[in-house]
Every structure is written in structure tokens, then in C-alpha cells.
Write a protein that binds this ligand. Structure first.
Ligand code: AG3
Length: 279
């Protein structure tokens, strides 16, 4: 893996193409890290507008400025609705944003299965939340393919978070029927899966396919939405899956932890409202 880029690096423009004719760009003040792992290209750039930005294969994964929209919305709906989550599994999520949100609760154990150990090393260095999260005694880090982990392990969890990348490219398996079938076997009674599900605008057919096969697997299959300013289309989708836990009860009994910046009970309800093009 290559070294951090020297400070003589000149400001550069980083673009993520969302379609062949549109996308997102950042003017980077400097490049903090650029390297290639056995799995992907990893870049961390420093920007004026979004702070530090992590790119994997040129796709924005997280930024200091807007990470909380995504990570709070992936984690808190499931954590708040499950009556007593103790054991949590995170598939992917090497940047640690999901882990940091999970650790706000008095859980017993959080197992994070990330395929790329080098992403962990890089993020530990450049994103302030990961190092303290990994020092937490409740955390068990596994460097492994999430899909293999669920094939080989027989552990069960109260909540599983799937913090994958887009439903195209290397993460494709984490969006398929066989993956969710196996994942279900790792749920304790009353367990919940919360998974990122891609851009409603750009990954529409993937969302539709998922809904069809998931409806045969779980009693509750609900998409919910949140804005993520630096992701394609800005609007992002998530899935809440469970046989027993209804994400829209009459009264949400548990309060979220204090100090959140995006999630609260009103946002929770609003997030499950879907526009006609998704219904
Ligand atoms: N996982 C979802 C990122 C998808 C972004 N896609 C894109 N930029 N084309 C994010 C991992 C954060 N923990």
C-alpha cells in the first residue's frame, strides 16, 4: 500500500460520476492518503466544504461533515425499536461510523466484520471516531468477508447492520437474496436487520428486486429514507427487516441516546413515509 501523499500536493478536483454526464465534485485542499489494497483503491482527501472524505474506488463513502445523516439513520431506528438489543453484528462499515452509533447503547457486544483491514488502518488515522470505538471492550473486530462470515459462523444477534457499498461492483453479493436468507439465520428471536439499500433514483431496480424477495422472508419489510448530501441523488434508502419488531408502533417506547444530530422520534416516523415513485 502506498504512503500518505506529501504535503506538496496541489489542490485537485475529485469527481464521482453518478451517470455518464453528471456527478459530484470536491476541491481537495490536499490528499491525505492514496493507496491500493487487495480489494480496492482507497483515498482520503481534505476538503473545505465537507472536511475529510473517504473514497473507495472513487466512490464517496463518508465525509466528516455529513456522516451523521447516514450513520444515525442506519443505526437508530433499529436500536430504538428493538426492546433490548445486546448482541449486534455490523457487516462492512470499516470507517467505524456505524460502530460509533451502536456503542451509544448499553449493549454487550458489537462484532464488526470488515473485509479490508487496510481501510480500518487508514480510517483509524484520519477519522477521529474510529480509534476510540475500537478500544471499547465490547467491540470484536473481524477482518473477513461478511458473506463468508455468515456462511461459517453460527452466532446469533439481536440486530444486524449491513453497511455495504453500492449494489453494483464488489458489494453486489451483500444485496442479493442468498445473502439475506443466510443473514436471517443469524437473527435471534425478535431480531432486526437494518441495511443500507442504495439510491432510490439510481438503484431503483435493485430496490424493487429486494422488496420482492424480502417480502417472502420477513413479516416487516419497510424501506425508509434519509438525505445524504454527498451520496448519488442525495436521497438514500435503508431497509428495516424483522418478523416481530414493527418499526412503526403506536408509541415508540425507547428514547434515543442524547447528543444525536439527525435522528429523533419525529424523523423516525417521517423517514418511513415514501413518495409515490417508490410506493
Ligand atoms: N456505505 C454506503 C455508501 C454508498 C455510497 N455510494 C456512492 N457514493 N456511490 C457507506 C459506508 C459508510 N459507513
Amino acid at each position: 500500500m502506498s504512503r500518505p501523499v506529501p504535503s506538496s500536493f496541489k489542490p485537485a478536483e475529485f469527481r464521482e460520476w453518478h451517470t455518464p454526464s453528471s456527478g459530484l465534485f470536491f476541491l481537495a485542499k490536499r490528499s491525505l492518503f492514496s493507496g491500493r489494497t487487495p480489494f480496492q483503491k482507497v483515498d482520503v482527501i481534505e476538503t473545505e466544504s465537507f472536511g475529510r472524505v473517504l473514497l473507495l474506488d472513487g466512490l464517496v463513502q463518508t465525509t466528516e461533515k455529513d456522516e451523521f445523516f447516514y450513520h444515525e439513520m442506519l443505526v437508530h431506528p433499529a436500536m430504538v425499536c428493538h426492546p433490548a438489543p445486546e448482541e449486534v453484528l455490523i457487516i462492512g462499515g470499516g470507517d467505524g461510523g456505524t460502530l460509533k452509533e451502536v456503542l451509544r447503547y448499553p449493549i454487550k457486544r458489537a462484532v464488526m466484520v470488515e473485509i479490508d483491514g487496510e481501510v480500518i488502518q487508514v480510517c483509524k488515522r484520519y477519522f477521529p471516531w474510529l480509534k476510540p470505538a475500537l478500544r471499547d471492550k465490547r467491540v470484536e473486530l473481524r477482518i473477513a468477508d461478511g458473506n463468508h462470515f455468515i456462511q461459517e459462523s453460527n452466532r446469533k444477534f439481536d440486530i444486524v447492520f449491513v453497511d455495504s457499498s453500492d449494489p453494483v461492483g464488489p458489494s453486489t453479493v451483500l444485496h442479493q437474496r442468498s445473502f439475506f436468507l443466510r443473514l436471517k439465520e443469524h437473527l435471534k428471536r425478535g431480531g432486526v436487520v437494518a441495511a443500507q439499500a442504495g439510491s432510490p433514483l439510481y438503484h431503483f431496480s435493485s430496490l424493487r428486486k429486494k422488496r420482492l424477495f424480502l417480502r417472502k422472508m420477513f413479516r416487516f419489510v419497510l424501506f425508509y429514507l434519509a438525505p445524504v448530501p454527498t451520496y448519488p441523488g442525495c436521497m438514500w434508502s435503508f431497509l428495516f427487516l424483522s418478523d416481530r419488531v414493527n418499526p412503526l408502533p403506536k408509541k415508540i417506547k425507547k428514547n434515543p441516546p442524547v447528543g444525536l444530530r439527525y435522528y429523533n422520534q419525529e424523523i423516525h416516523r417521517a423517514a418511513f413515509a415514501l413518495p409515490p415513485f417508490l410506493k
